[in-house]
Design a protein around this ligand. Structure first.
Ligand code: HEM
Length: 141
């Protein structure tokens, strides 16, 4: 029982330190909040739309919804006040046949936008780590 509580507290602290820097600010705050996330997602989806390696997947996509969902997902994952209400990553990508190469192409398109908006290396890597954790639910499903 006592050990159980210690384990829970340790897990909470680890999760929190993943989203907060030395400043104590959440990744969400350090990224610049929702307007900054929105600007990055807009630009990122523009890159995806122009990327012949993967844009075929999005031919019938509801782009305004996709953008809203991505903003909420990144906002929530980075410790912001949003609530992601979309499908699970498994559900959203089931049966698409997304390969590691497709996944890497999409990440490359995101990195281009993060660099364009001068997101610092530390914040960039924290965000990419959060997204990399979703990879097993997206690739090869
Ligand atoms: C970490 C990487 C990724 C994240 C965080 C992500 C996130 C999302 C989210 C939040 C949605 C919307 C779910 C909903 O509507 O409820 C979605 C849908 C979708 N994703 Fe991903 N995704 C990722 C990787 C990929 C990759 C690599 C591809 C293909 C190359 C892809 C293709 C799609 C498509 C085609 C849809 C459906 C859009 C629609 O029908 O409107 N995703 N994704």
């Amino acid at each position: 029982m006592v050990f159980g509580l210690v384990a829970v507290l340790t897990a909470c602290t680890a999760a929190q330190s993943a989203a907060t820097g030395k400043s104590g600010k959440s990744l969400y705050e350090r990224l610049g909040g929702k307007p900054a996330i929105q600007a990055v997602v807009d630009d990122f989806i523009g890159n995806v739309a122009a990327d012949a390696r993967i844009n075929g997947f999005f031919a019938n996509a509801d782009i305004p919804r996709l953008k809203r969902m991505l903003v909420d997902q990144i906002c929530e994952a980075s410790g912001g006040p949003c609530k992601y209400t979309g499908k699970s990553m498994k559900e959203a990508h089931a049966g698409m046949g997304i390969t590691e190469a497709h996944f890497n192409a999409l990440v490359e398109d995101l990195v281009k936008s993060l660099d364009k908006f001068r997101v610092p290396e530390k914040e960039k890597n924290e965000l990419l780590a959060a997204l990399a954790a979703m990879k097993p639910d997206i690739v090869g499903k």
